[in-house]
Design a protein around this ligand. Sequence first.
Ligand code: AMP
Ligand code: MN
Ligand code: MN
Ligand code: MN
Length: 278
Amino acid sequence: MDNFDLHNHSTRSDGLLSPTQLIELAARGGVHAIALTDHDTTEGLAEAGEAARRLGIVWVPGVEVSVSWGDHTLHIVGLGIDPEAPAIVSGLKSIRDGRLGRAERVAKVLEGMGIPGALEGALALAPNESVLSRTHFGRFLVEAGAVKNTQAAFDKYLAKGKPAYVPHQWATLPDAVAWIIASGGTAVLAHPGRYGLKPWARGELLEEFRRLGGEAIEVVTGSHRPEEYATWRDIAKEYGFLASRGADYHGPGESPYEPGRLPPLPATLAPVWSKWTQ
Ligand code: AMP
Ligand code: MN
Ligand code: MN
Ligand code: MN
């Protein structure tokens, strides 16, 4: 099969590897095509694209857009975007502008729980301060000795429903999909198994996403448990979505699969890259 890996992070958002290091790791993982999809920024794309070209890998410029949909936070991946397109530039900036205020609220809660200095600590771990993320708080909590790993930081403090989770308003779903389409990209619903949606809400989301112009959903992703693949395979077919595959790699010790090393898409699905390769 074609080893396409269409969802990965770098130090430009909450990944641990630079864009170049990420692409080099992907090359060792045997990928034919790679996307960098940092949260709410396209800052790493030029460097990653350069590395991909040097290594002879097909390059797919991408982004992962943070969205609020009712009480849920969703992630919409844009693939094949033009990072200079005005709609995506201004849209992503509007999301990034909200991140520092949210981080201040997270730090305040942690301080009330007897963990001071979280804002400064998280910022010190964020090479790109404009995309300060819960992941950086998670790494700070490990460093501070509050938990033993970042997963435990989410389970104890940062995940939805835990004490240091603070609600936040991200982009709307119509805006996010519109920005991606306006920049020439394909809108993909990231890791749909992660949102804890009841079946009726799931149907509503998939219908709305399709109506707005969303074309694909992730099926094989490092953010799904392998036993979830069949569920999302069947849903992709039922709703007529193309299927995507991506490690959602963040760094050594933080992600189940390195780029390119996750299972193939089920053969019965139409891959999202069939749009570009036929
Ligand atoms: P943010 O956009 O700042 O809210 O951070 C979201 C990021 O936190 C995601 O992209 C993941 O990298 C990470 N994350 C979210 N939920 C979890 C979780 N339950 N366990 C581990 N990492 C998580
Ligand atoms: Mn992340
Ligand atoms: Mn995500
Ligand atoms: Mn991701």
